[in-house]
Write a protein that binds this ligand. Structure first.
Ligand SMILES: Cc1cc2nc3c(=O)[nH]c(=O)nc-3n(C[C@H](O)[C@H](O)[C@H](O)COP(=O)(O)OP(=O)(O)OC[C@H]3O[C@@H](n4cnc5c(N)ncnc54)[C@H](O)[C@@H]3O)c2cc1C
Length: 467
């Protein structure tokens, strides 16, 4: 065996995220592809999309030869670095789904997403994947009058769609502040459809389960191109009946796929473990994930070991969809995140930020996540989840199982199946358009913040939400 095929230490990967840093035991690196080979299904990308697909396919057909090809190590991408929201959020609205696939499609996708949160919980339970899965729901706060308006509009629209109190609760200022002891709380919503997880322990644990069942996981194996029946890697050629593309934010690295999905960075910070006195004030007693209604997304979770893990968008899109390790850390954006976190919880002003990291997620031109297969070429794919892929990858894995096996099921009838997004514009249009959008969202939030806090009359607004 060549020296570079011998599993080696992966300790260097610990700096990828808080979650990677906390992985128990040694981080070892699996062997690469030993040379030319032949399988039934070749999965390109060892994140949650690739691993859930391998998991469900193997469960349904243990006789299939399945290989997962990963350029670095499993969980290297967004799957091992994210905010740990295992939510029912989907990248486009129910109205958009209805428009694309007919009335009722949006509802079907919503129910499938809600069910997926429980399915992830079921698998981590039965397979014994210790990833701190806690099904505590999500609170989204309204902290300015404009955010409150958006909250009310969201609840009104939800009710019109038949979404009741079991799925989305409008919180009074008192109830919202009771759940999340943040500043300037004017109200909010609560949904039970989210679990907090440690994503690195989830993806790495799933890899061990899949490998234990006989799926071949090849790490340190860069795929250069994919074509019907053939995957060309730096270490040899894989001939496969079906090829699955599961490369999300990194898809542009595959020849011919440069404009399918753009990589946009989301960045995160985490504090040291915080004392009980802090949590007594900050709440999140059910480990609810939390956000507020600003335009430029923020997201947080109380981790299993009592830290605040907090992230947001705002990092610039890099010209030519470039991905570089140094983009994972942007001191300006990380400092802005710390500032926002302290604005929410002033008691954190002196808390140590122990980790700062980030990574690329994948966005399609119409923001529409999709999963599908071309039956003629047997080329399959899933991705474009924007920032909501943690649970959606599970739905993708089950759907790809059915599509690959040629079964027609409720999953294969969902509106995101075989949706085709247009390609992104060539540069420099792509760069100018995406960064203008990001700047606009940030500017709108700052304007609402200034205006909102200057004109806020708490009593009048409280009346609006009755609390
Ligand atoms: C900071 C951050 C926070 C986020 N927070 C949340 C959240 O809280 N909730 C949520 O739902 N979603 C969140 N997301 C999004 C979510 O993490 C992703 O949608 C999801 O993990 C996508 O999984 P994936 O397997 O499709 O992609 P990835 O996990 O990115 O996996 C793709 C894999 O393909 C490999 N690869 C790429 N190119 C090649 C190649 N040429 N050859 C071989 N292998 C290759 C990569 O190394 C990588 O391991 C977040 C993302 C980020 C970056």
């Amino acid at each position: 065996m060549e020296a570079d095929l011998i599993p080696s230490s992966g300790e260097r990967y610990r700096r990828l995220s808080l979650w990677w840093d906390g992985l128990p035991g040694d981080v070892s690196v699996r062997a690469g592809l030993p040379g030319d080979t032949e399988v039934d299904v070749a999965v390109v990308g060892g994140g949650l999309t690739g691993l859930w697909t391998a998991y469900y396919l193997n469960q349904a057909r243990p006789d299939l030869r399945i290989a997962v090809l990963e350029r670095d190590v499993v969980g290297f991408g967004a799957s091992g670095r994210n905010g740990g929201w295992c939510s029912a959020l989907f990248s486009v609205s129910e109205a958009t789904l209805d428009k694309a696939s007919g009335p009722g499609s949006g509802r079907a996708q919503r129910l499938a997403m809600q069910e997926t949160v429980g399915e992830v919980g079921r698998v981590v339970g039965t397979e014994g994947i210790a990833c701190g899965f806690h099904h505590g729901g999500t609170v989204v706060l309204a902290r300015t009058p404009a955010q409150l308006e958006r909250t009310l509009a969201e609840v009104t629209e939800a009710r019109e769609r038949g979404i009741g109190e079991d799925d989305l609760v409008l919180l009074s200022p008192a109830d919202a502040a009771d759940r999340v002891g943040a500043t300037d709380v004017l109200g909010g919503t609560y949904t039970p459809h989210c679990a907090a997880v440690d994503p690195a322990r989830l993806v790495r644990g799933l890899a061990e389960v899949v490998e234990g069942r006989g799926v071949d996981l090849y790490e340190q194996t860069e795929v250069r191109s994919i074509a019907p029946g053939v995957v060309t890697t730096a270490r040899g050629t894989v001939r496969a009946g079906t090829v699955v593309r599961a490369t999300e934010g990194y898809t542009r690295t595959l020849a011919g796929h440069g404009r399918d999905l753009v990589p946009v960075y989301s960045l995160m910070i985490a504090t040291e473990p915080l004392p009980d006195a802090f949590w007594a004030e900050a709440g999140l007693a059910g480990r609810e994930t939390f956000a507020d209604h600003r335009h430029l997304v923020i997201y947080g979770q109380r981790t299993e070991d009592g830290r605040m893990a907090f992230g947001g968008r705002g990092a610039p899109y890099h010209f030519g969809s470039t991905i570089r390790p140094e983009f994972d850390r942007d001191p300006g954006v990380h400092e802005a995140l710390r500032h926002t976190l302290v604005d929410l919880f002033p008691a954190l002003a002196d808390a140590e930020v122990t980790h700062a990291w980030g990574g690329p997620l994948g966005i399609a031109r119409d923001w529409f996540s999709s999963v599908g297969i071309d039956r003629a070429t047997r080329m399959a794919w899933a991705g474009g989840y924007v920032g909501d892929g943690l649970s959606t990858t599970n739905l993708a894995g089950r759907t790809l199982r059915d599509l690959i096996l040629g079964a027609s099921t409720d999953l294969t009838a969902l509106p995101w199946v075989n949706h085709r997004s247009k390609k992104w514009e060539p540069e420099p249009l792509r760069y100018l358009g995406i960064n203008a959008g990001l700047r606009l969202a940030g500017t709108a939030d700052r304007a609402e913040d200034r205006k909102g806090r200057a004109t806020w009359h708490g009593a009048a607004l409280s009346k609006l939400v009755g609390g």
